[in-house]
Ligand binder design. Structure first.
Ligand SMILES: C[S@@+](CC[C@H](N)C(=O)[O-])C[C@H]1O[C@@H](n2cnc3c(N)ncnc32)[C@H](O)[C@@H]1O
Length: 211
C-alpha cells in the first residue's frame, strides 16, 4: 500500500509519542514560532496550545490527517505538505517538532533530506525536538525485523498487518542523523504504540548551532 494512502486511512488511530514539555519548556519561549512536521491530526500542537504556546504551524503529507485536525482544532494553523521539501523560508522557525515521523520514513537518505530541510528552516540557535522508536529485543519484533530485512535492505523495518511500513531505529543511526545539531537532552523511554504494544523509544532536544 502507498504510505500516504495508509496514513490517510489511519485518522482513527491514537498516536502516543510524548511531548516532554517539562524538558522542552526550559529551552523555548511562549511566543516562539513553532512548526510541527508530520503533525498528524494536531495532537502535539494542541498540547502546546493548551500550554499557552500560540504561534503554531503544523504540516503533514496526509490530507485526511489535516482535515481531521482542522475539525478537531479549528483554531490551529494546519496545512498539507505537498512536496518532500518544507515550503518555508530559511531560518523561519524558532522550534521544530518531529514526533513519530522518522518511523514512517524507512530510507536513510529520505530521513537525511528531511533533517536537512528542518536544519534549513530553523533559525540559528533554534530548537529541534525529535521523538521516535528504537529497536526492540522481544521475540515478536526480532522475528519481523528478520522477515523484512532483505525486502527493505534495512534491519528494524517491518510491515504491519494493516499496511504500514515502519522503522525502529538503531541509536547510532539517530545520533548520526542528528549530527548537525548540538544535543541538549537525550533520553531513552518506553512508549505504548498506536497498535497497542510497547516499544523502546527516545526523545531528544537539540539546538541548531549559531555559526
Ligand atoms: C505516527 S503519526 C504521528 C503524528 C504526530 N506527529 C503525533 O505525534 O501525534 C505519523 C505522521 O507522520 C505523517 N508523515 C509520514 N511521513 C511523512 C512525510 N514524509 N512528510 C510529512 N508527514 C509525514 C503521517 O501522515 C502521520 O500523520
Amino acid at each position: 500500500m502507498n504510505q500516504k494512502e495508509y496514513w490517510d486511512n489511519s485518522t482513527c488511530k491514537t498516536f502516543t509519542a510524548m511531548l516532554h514539555l517539562d524538558q522542552l519548556s526550559q529551552y523555548i519561549n511562549k511566543n516562539d514560532r513553532i512548526l510541527d512536521v508530520g503533525c498528524g491530526y494536531g495532537r502535539t500542537l494542541y498540547e502546546l496550545y493548551n500550554n499557552n504556546y500560540k504561534n503554531l504551524k503544523g504540516v503533514d503529507f496526509s490530507s485526511k490527517m489535516i482535515e481531521k485536525g482542522k475539525q478537531l482544532y479549528p483554531f490551529l494553523d494546519l496545512d498539507v505538505k505537498k512536496d518532500k521539501h518544507l515550503e518555508f523560508d530559511n531560518c523561519s522557525f524558532d522550534v521544530i517538532i518531529l514526533s513519530a515521523v522518522l518511523t514512517c520514513i524507512v530510507d536513510d537518505n529520505e530521513q537525511k533530506y528531511l533533517i536537512d530541510e528542518i536544519f534549513r528552516v530553523l533559525k540559528p540557535s533554534g530548537i529541534l525536538y525529535v521523538t521516535d522508536f528504537l529497536i526492540n529485543y522481544d521475540e515478536r519484533n526480532l522475528t519481523r525485523y528478520e522477515l523484512y530485512k532483505s525486502k527493505y535492505n534495512k534491519y528494524g523495518v517491518f510491515e504491519t498487518s494493516d499496511g504500514a511500513v515502519l522503522r525502529h531505529h538503531n541509536l547510532s543511526w539517530i545520533k548520526e542523523l542528528l549530527n548537525p545539531f548540538k544535543i541538549l537532552t537525550f533520553e531513552e523511554v518506553t512508549y505504548d504504540t498506536m497498535n497497542g504494544h510497547t516499544s523502546n523509544a527516545f526523545y531528544c532536544i537539540s539546538k541548531k548551532p549559531c555559526f
